[in-house]
Design a protein around this ligand. Sequence first.
Ligand SMILES: Cc1ncc(C[n+]2csc(CCOP(=O)(O)OP(=O)(O)O)c2C)c(N)n1
Ligand code: SF4
Ligand SMILES: [Mg+2]
Length: 306
Amino acid sequence: MTETLFRRMKDLPSTHLLGAGTAMCAGCGGLQALHEIYDLYGEKTVFVNAAGCMTLLSVYPFTPFRGSWLYTSMGSAPAGAQGIRDALDILLEKKRITEDEDLETVVLTGDGSAYGMGVSATSGAIDRNLDFLYICYDNEGYGNTGQQFSAGTPHAAKTSTSRGPCGYPGYKKDLFSLWAANKPAYVATVIGAEPLDLSRKIEQAKKMQGPRMIIALSPCPTGWDFEPKETAAIGKLAVKTGVWPLKEYIGGKVTHTKFPRERLPVEEYLKTQGRFTHLFSPVRTETLIGEIQQLVDRYWKAAEGA
Ligand SMILES: Cc1ncc(C[n+]2csc(CCOP(=O)(O)OP(=O)(O)O)c2C)c(N)n1
Ligand code: SF4
Ligand SMILES: [Mg+2]
């Protein structure tokens, strides 16, 4: 039976591979973004995957990734990627593989790793100018273990470890700027609900060498509490309200790739998710809604003035 399953997975076209026969939630926004990226990046890749939801894609001895796949602890995926890149370079030098058989090294981690435990290993990898693509699917919490808050959790969101009346008291870390400050070749934010913007950025990253980083906001029906069919609509609202700026960094310059000229009020986005219900019910919490709106307004005022 396992043999049949393996054959079935192998026979599927690559565009339908990710998610086949796995335990991912319906409507997973992280998987949507990964699908789109994988379609463009292709099978000649080694995925170095830190512990998190996406590690459920591979259930030993099977994996939907056609190239290769390595599982690492939460903090060490970029270090694992260095080992893979070095091994491939040695094989190339010894002519044990041809240029055509070389593989792209791709790190895949959640926000728990990217915004927290993995920052040190990522900084080291950028310092060593490691030639790799780093994808962070950002579902704004430790999704795999029950949506505890992470450094990517937005202000006031309820998580399993911030259940009080005001939700998470902290503020989402600015990972884009943190990465850009390390001067890698490329940094971009994307979202699966904007596939044209995403594909242009992945094509751009593909043309470059050195450290290239992608942060994909990943609407998460399970952790954010919404119906799986709403994933794309919520992703679009994240962009239209200005909550998730789409931008890229190349050679010291940051460019916004989509300017929400007529921004919708943030509450249009907040209202769609159970993690923000306490802002509207049983009574409307004007202070918190106002604070979130102010954060977004301040961001775009600075961006427009830049
Ligand atoms: C050092 C360490 N602490 C805790 C865990 C348990 N753990 C496995 S996955 C996970 C959540 C990871 O969160 P994130 O990186 O955001 O990925 P997501 O689960 O949201 O996909 C945790 C805490 C671990 N694997 N390693
Ligand atoms: S918990 Fe969220 S990120 Fe994890 S598989 Fe489910 S929908 Fe995707
Ligand atoms: Mg996460």
